[in-house]
Design a protein around this ligand. Sequence first.
Ligand code: GLN
Length: 475
Amino acid sequence: MNVKDFTIKSFGEGFKAKEFSALEFAQELFKEIESGDKEIGAYLSLIKDGAFLEAGRADLLRAEGGELLPLTGVPLAIKDNMLIKGYPATASSRMLENYVAAYDATVITKLKNEHAVFLGKTNLDEFAMGSSTENSAFHTTKNPHDTSRVAGGSSGGSAAAVASGLAVAALGSDTGGSIRQPAALCGVVGMKPTYGTVSRLGLIAMASSLDQIGPFTKTVEDSKILFDAVRGMDIHDATSTNSHYKISKEEIKKLKIGIPKEYFVDGIDPAVVKGVEEAIQKLKKLGFSFKEVSLPNTKYALSVYYIIMPAEVSTNLARLDGIRYSRDVQDVKSLRDLYVKNRAHGFGPETRRRVLLGTFVLSSGYYDAYYSKAQKVRRLIQEDFDNAFNEVDVILSPVTPTPAFKVGEKTADPLSMYLSDIFTIPANLAGIPAISIPVKKYVVGSGELPIGFQLMGKNFHEEDLFGIGEMYEAE
Ligand code: GLN
């Protein structure tokens, strides 16, 4: 048995058939992590004791003839900006280096109720700000397909863990593309749910009107399983809600797919164009009809995002003042000195850049010129999607303009790094669900770099994306 090859689905089948115990599976997987993760750096911390304990519980449940749920015993990796009580949650920041989570995120509570097994916490860009994990205060995660390249970000650790088989599946968070972009770069499936579908309680907030938690998996089928396990209204998150949209297999085949002309512009890497073309051809063969649509305000998405997001970042991170989440700073002379020492040394350069930018766009005299204007354009971007969805059911596009880039290639130029998210940001601004699916089937170590394509859907229509994705996958 090679534990690195399992999906949630095949784990469940094998576990039910008593082909292995959850404990022996977890033990095997930790051996792989301990040898394999030295090179990749997907994890920041491991939860070995907790994982073995929970795996043992899953085995006991099976022995007693208890109900085995889809995630029972399944080893998962969790992005280190989500809280698991009693374990570190650093968000890859020096600021939270010594922080131990005081409660469980709602997604964790839900997974604990299913007796899922948490392997450890994965690397990210500091506070989820970045596209390569190079903004992590601790280390850079390498792409399992080519370790001279980045795994993408900010959830690069979760993407790399799944792509290298060092987790059966993982959770990440997506504010502007942080699930879909690393999924595309690592050749796995990544899904950002509709805003509000998954509770944000216990997710260390980056930009609260954009943040969503979602799954990283090896298959679309698994993506749906993990999404179903964590979704749902939560009394502790006022923006969360239940959705009841369902669609039959027959109806899936009738869905019309839109191609936004604004997403196929000069400057996209030819390999990406080829990959996306391939996906379109395959879907045409499956019988899907295509139509060109227009999202004319796409050109403003990046600018709008880089005003709204830092504004929310600057307010969210204000709580990290060195008092409530204290670091051990020496020679403090005054309160101001305490703030300065904590925030100057606790935050990395990208975090400081965004806090400054956000404070500026919210400041009096500039609020109307920047923040309030950006909110208006955000509305126009949402309306673009509303209009397009009057003509088609789903929109297909590239996920990223290039395949995985080299470590260090973009660190000196923040703007070129920001451009990595040009195709993923609009879905966050509009709140709609979007999935990144690998064009080439999930293969590790072929020497080729993975390319993904993106499907965006109507609000709460995750099922449309899963339905089309599963047909694509089965082909
Ligand atoms: N890469 C984008 C950024 O730097 C998106 C991050 C995210 O989705 N968390 O903001």
